[in-house]
Ligand binder design. Structure first.
Ligand SMILES: Cc1ncc(COP(=O)(O)O)c(C=O)c1O
Length: 369
């Protein structure tokens, strides 16, 4: 069979991702698994809110997935503080808490360090700090956390159909899921298996597994207090997590070096360095304008490279109303360079971007005059 080449989008499943055992030590000592990251927070709200007639106040960073924020708004009173991934740390002056408030601190793109939050927490012992490690559940920050709670949506970095992990670095009581069957995860796993067959060259239409992915997304979205699938619960301790992190980091470094060498004024990496032990979610670039970002994205898709936007944010939908976050969300693009790909793949993505830059140089130059 002739393999199909494409980059990005949802994970497929392949038995090569597992080893006999080995990741157990990377997981927190004690944790609960829900079907999604959002479900961990819904369940935590049930555990912490002793007066259901009032909503708990939750502070969110202004740069965040707005779909996630919208869901949180349905049960929390949401407040925003400024936290932008192109700045080293959050703007703590914009984080105005009252005793009893919940604060979500996010390791944006996996390259943030926890020290600033640990220092902030020392001076704010009347709030509940929840850290979101979805972009790297195994960073030094995640493993040395001092927060009340930490969560991670596992399917953002691991090839699992579902999974939201919650643990308590302070050893507090953890919420437990109410229901045990995630239908969304079953559909997603089927999609992952079909995608693997498709990529291997089998005569399977892409529409089939894409449709299942979309349906599973909708179902997972509705499962607000459901345990993770038994597939995820059993497989996570066998995944080659350390290896995944290493290839992810190598790939991101290689891609970012390419962008830096290219030195093109219309796009640049969002970050180009990180501390030892940290692993970026992916290669993130920032374009000079939304139009350039959108046409680059379109071109990449035409070449079977599927970049994501982390995250769309505009005034028509839920927005943090932070103008700097909105501006960045208009120009940002995630180039998939995770553990699924080889250095040859990264070189091919780089060549495709160079082609885009060359073919668009004149158009872009005239649009800038
Ligand atoms: C940083 C971050 N945390 C948590 C979530 C929620 O995870 P899930 O989609 O598993 O509910 C998202 C969703 O996009 C996210 O981007």
């Amino acid at each position: 069979m002739v393999k199909r080449w494409e980059i990005g989008s949802e994970f497929d499943w392949c038995n090569d991702f597992v080893m006999a055992s080995g990741s157990q030590t990377l997981l927190p000592e004690k944790y609960e698994l829900f079907s999604t990251g959002t479900a961990t927070l819904f369940a935590l709200e049930k555990l912490l809110n002793h007066k259901p007639e009032r909503r708990l106040r939750l502070h969110l960073p202004s740069f965040l997935c707005m779909h996630f924020a919208t869901k949180l708004k349905s049960i929390f009173e949401v407040h925003w503080y400024r936290d932008l991934p192109n700045q080293e740390s959050p703007d703590f002056n914009s984080l105005n808490t009252l005793p009893g408030d919940l604060v979500l601190a996010v390791n944006l793109f996996g390259i943030r360090e926890g020290k600033v939050w640990q220092d902030w927490l020392l001076d704010h012992d009347d709030i509940i700090l929840i850290e979101d490690h979805s972009h790297d559940p195994f960073s030094p920050w995640a493993s040395q956390s001092t927060a009340h709670y930490a969560i991670a949506s596992l399917r953002k970095t691991l090839p699992v159909p579902d999974g939201g992990m919650i643990w308590s670095p302070q050893n507090l009581q953890l919420p437990k899921p109410f229901s045990s069957k995630s239908f969304g995860a079953e559909k997603r796993l089927t999609a992952m298996l079909l995608k693997q067959a498709y990529l291997s060259g089998a005569n399977i239409s892409k529409d089939v597994y894409r449709q299942l992915e979309l349906e599973s997304d909708e179902e997972l979205d509705r499962e607000n207090n459901c345990a993770s699938s038994s597939f995820t619960a059993h497989i996570i301790s066998c995944l080659k997590i350390a290896e995944f992190r290493q290839s992810r980091e190598t790939n991101v470094r290689q891609f970012i070096n390419f962008i830096l060498t290219e030195r093109h004024s219309i796009l640049m990496p969002l970050f180009h360095s990180w501390n030892p032990g940290y692993v970026p979610l992916n290669s993130i670039i920032v374009c000079q304008s939304k139009d350039i970002r959108d046409s680059l994205r379109k071109y990449l898709i035409s070449q079977n490279i599927f970049p994501a936007i982390h995250w769309q944010q505009n005034i028509l939908e839920t927005s943090s109303n932070d103008p700097l976050a909105i501006d960045l969300s208009n120009r940002i693009l995630t180039i998939p360079t995770d553990q699924r790909y080889s250095l040859d793949d990264i070189a091919r993505i780089a060549t495709t971007i160079t082609e885009f830059l060359q073919t668009n140089d004149n158009t872009i130059a005239s649009s800038l005059i």
